[in-house]
Ligand binder design. Structure first.
Ligand SMILES: NC(=O)c1ccc[n+]([C@@H]2O[C@H](COP(=O)([O-])OP(=O)(O)OC[C@H]3O[C@@H](n4cnc5c(N)ncnc54)[C@H](OP(=O)(O)O)[C@@H]3O)[C@@H](O)[C@H]2O)c1
Length: 330
C-alpha cells in the first residue's frame, strides 16, 4: 500500500452541525475494496445535500466523504473483471453514505459495485449518475409494464431536477409524448429542448385543493420523483391501466391517497430503488444507458462545477432550485 496523499471533501459532525471541508488524506483513509478509482467526476444529487444536512437521515456515521456517484479511471484492481485503466462508474449501495464517496481524488469500492464503461466518458457517466440511472430504471419500469408511445402522454414530475430531466430526455428519445411538470418557469426552454411536448406547473395545480380519490384521467403513465401530494394527485389522474414509477420524496414522504386508482382503474404503482439494485441488473441497465436508453442531450443537462462550488450547489439542490445535472470535476 502506498501512502499517496490526496484531497478529499470530508463532512464532519459536531455540536454546531455538519461541516464539509477539503482535507489532505492518504490511502489509509479509504475503506476496503478490490478496486481503487482515480476519480475524475462526481455529481450533485439531492441525497448528497441530505448527507451534509443535520438529521438528513442518509449518513450512518461521520466523518464521511459524500458524493454518491463516482466516475473515474481504475488505478488499482485485484478483481478479474476490472482492469487498471478501465473507465468506470460506481454508485448506490453505501457509497457516499456509509463508505467514502466521490468528492475526493481517490475512492475505493468492492468490485461488484463497479460498472466498466464501454462508450461513455467519465464526465457523461457522472452526468447520468444516480439520478440518471434512477430515471432509466423508471422508464424501463413503464416500458416493461407495457407502456408505448401510442398510449398517449407520459407525465414527468420534478422535471427540471436530476431524475426528472433525464427521464424527459430518455422518454422523448423513445418517442413518447412527454408532459413535463416543473415549478421553474426558467426551465421551460431546457425541457422543450430535451423533447417535452408540453411543460406545466407543479401538481396539483392548486396546491391547497383536496385530491379526489379519482380525478380526470390525464396521462397514460408517469415518472414521479416528488412523492407526497404530488404523487397522490398523479395516481388519481393516471388513465385506466397506467403505471406510475415512484422514486422520490422532494415533495414529502407521506402518500395521502386511497386504493381507488388501483382497484377501480387498474393503475400500478411501481417502486423504484436504485440503491440496492443487484449487480446484474445494474450492469445490464448501464449497457442500455450507453445504448437504447442513452439520454440524447447530456451536454445540455450537465452543469460542470468544481469542489469549491460544492457547498453552494448542495444548498441549491436542497432548496429545490437545481436544474439538470450538476457534475463535479475532481
Ligand atoms: N429511489 C431511488 O433510488 C432514488 C434515486 C435518486 C433520487 N431519488 C430521490 O428522487 C428525488 C429527486 O432527486 P434528484 O436528485 O433528481 O433531486 P433534484 O435534482 O433536486 O430534483 C427534484 C425536483 O423536484 C422538484 N421539487 C423540489 N421541491 C419540491 C416540492 N416541495 N414540491 C414539488 N416538487 C419539488 C423540483 O423540480 P421542479 O422545480 O422542476 O418542479 C426539483 O428540481 C429525491 O427525493 C431523491 O432522494 C431516489
Amino acid at each position: 500500500m502506498t501512502s499517496r496523499q490526496f484531497t478529499a471533501m470530508v463532512a464532519r459532525e459536531s455540536d454546531d452541525g455538519i461541516a464539509l471541508a477539503a482535507e489532505t488524506v492518504d490511502e489509509g483513509f479509504l475503506p476496503d475494496g478490490e478496486v481503487t478509482i482515480r476519480v475524475e467526476y462526481s455529481s450533485v444529487n439531492y441525497k448528497d445535500a441530505l448527507a451534509v444536512t443535520p438529521r438528513g437521515g442518509v449518513v450512518r456515521r461521520y466523518p464521511i466523504v459524500p458524493g454518491i456517484d463516482i466516475a473515474g479511471v481504475v488505478s488499482a484492481s485485484s478483481a478479474p473483471d476490472v482492469a487498471v485503466g478501465d473507465r468506470v462508474v460506481a454508485h448506490g449501495h453505501d457509497i457516499g453514505t456509509a463508505r467514502h464517496g466521490g468528492y475526493a481524488q481517490y475512492a475505493r469500492v468492492p468490485a461488484d459495485q463497479v460498472m466498466v464503461l464501454e462508450s461513455m466518458s467519465t464526465r457523461e457517466a457522472a452526468g447520468v449518475g444516480t439520478a440518471g440511472f434512477t430515471a432509466a430504471m423508471s422508464v424501463d419500469a413503464l416500458v416493461a409494464a407495457g407502456a408505448s408511445p401510442a398510449d398517449g402522454p407520459v407525465l414527468v414530475t420534478g422535471a427540471s431536477g436530476g431524475v426528472g430531466s433525464v427521464s424527459v430526455d430518455i422518454l422523448a428519445g423513445l418517442g413518447f409524448e412527454v408532459v413535463a411538470s416543473s415549478g421553474k418557469p426558467d426551465a421551460v426552454d431546457l425541457l422543450t429542448d430535451l423533447g417535452a411536448a408540453s411543460v406545466i406547473g407543479r401538481l396539483p395545480e392548486d396546491p391547497d385543493a383536496t385530491i379526489r380519490p379519482l380525478g380526470t384521467q390525464r396521462w397514460a403513465s408517469a415518472v414521479d420523483c416528488v412523492g407526497g401530494r404530488t404523487l397522490a394527485y398523479v395516481l388519481s389522474t393516471t388513465r385506466y391501466g397506467g403505471t406510475v414509477a415512484a422514486s422520490g420524496l422532494t415533495g414529502g414522504a407521506a402518500l395521502p391517497t386511497t386504493v381507488m386508482p388501483f382497484i377501480l382503474r387498474g393503475v400500478t404503482l411501481a417502486g423504484i430503488d436504485s440503491v440496492q439494485a443487484p449487480t446484474h441488473r445494474r450492469r445490464a441497465l448501464w449497457k442500455r444507458i450507453e445504448g437504447d436508453l442513452r439520454p440524447a442531450h447530456l451536454d445540455r443537462l450537465i452543469g460542470e462545477i468544481t469542489l469549491d462550488d460544492l457547498p453552494e450547489h448542495l444548498d441549491r439542490i436542497l432548496a429545490g432550485e437545481s436544474v439538470g445535472r450538476g457534475v463535479v470535476r475532481i
